[in-house]
Design a protein. Structure first.
Lengths: 109, 113
């Protein structure tokens, strides 16, 4: 199936620092969804990107879809302890979702 | 409020046992999915179903089967559990239109001894 790579696998940041996770594919992505999974929880939908070069913001979170639709990123400005969790990207092709391997974010107070 | 429920949060089984994991959604969604989640591997699709009695293999169907007799219920079956099936199992559902978000259940952590 579709291979969606996500880096880094783990990231530790000091509270207040910025954080970015990247999602890459060797093939064109159809549309990208981003999910957040809190420790002990289940993935929860954050946002969807559909268009080439699209940028969306949710408060301190900025999501980008690459011009070639082969990569996407999630950037968090001035992290807070509530940002702790694992962030997944997912590409939807037809009825299937192909998830990235996830980036686990730890925020040190 | 949308809801996907799974029959157990934690389950411990022995090697060779038959295991049933149940998932129920109350959103009248057409599509339902079973994933397993392992550290460093993300979410991997086991099976999905786009309609009652319909099923499609995902990336890792070996050792698993599924059943969808009613629209709201999607069951994952481990015919003969093995230790390498110890994992977190997540059920999800969504509606047909492309781009609709997936709603996840709370997950079942299965340990096979």
């Amino acid at each position: 199936g579709q291979q969606v790579m996500q880096i880094p696998q783990y990231q530790h940041v000091q509270e207040g620092e910025d954080f970015t996770t990247y999602c890459n594919s060797s093939t064109t992505l159809s549309n990208i969804q981003w999910y957040k999974q809190r420790p002990g929880g289940h993935p929860v939908f954050l946002i969807q990107l559909v268009k080439s070069g699209e940028v969306k913001k949710q408060k301190r979170l900025t999501f980008q879809f690459g011009e070639a639709k082969k990569n996407s990123s999630l950037h968090i400005t001035a992290t807070q302890t509530t940002d702790v969790g694992t962030y997944f990207c997912a590409d939807q092709t037809g009825n299937q979702f192909y998830f990235g391997t996830g980036t686990s974010l730890t925020v040190i107070p | 409020d949308v809801k996907v429920t799974q029959s157990s949060r934690y389950l411990v089984k022995r090697t060779g046992e038959k295991v049933f994991l149940e998932c129920v959604q109350d959103m009248d969604h057409e599509n339902m999915f079973w994933y397993r989640q392992d550290p460093g591997l993300g979410l991997r699709l086991i099976y999905f179903s786009y309609d009652v009695k319909m099923k499609e293999k995902g990336d890792i169907p070996e050792g698993y089967s599924v059943s969808r007799e009613k629209k709201e219920r999607f069951s994952l079956i481990l015919e003969s559990a093995s230790t390498n099936q110890t994992s977190m199992y997540l059920c999800a559902s969504n509606s047909i239109p492309i781009g609709d978000t997936q709603y996840f259940g709370p997950g079942t952590r299965l340990t096979v001894l």
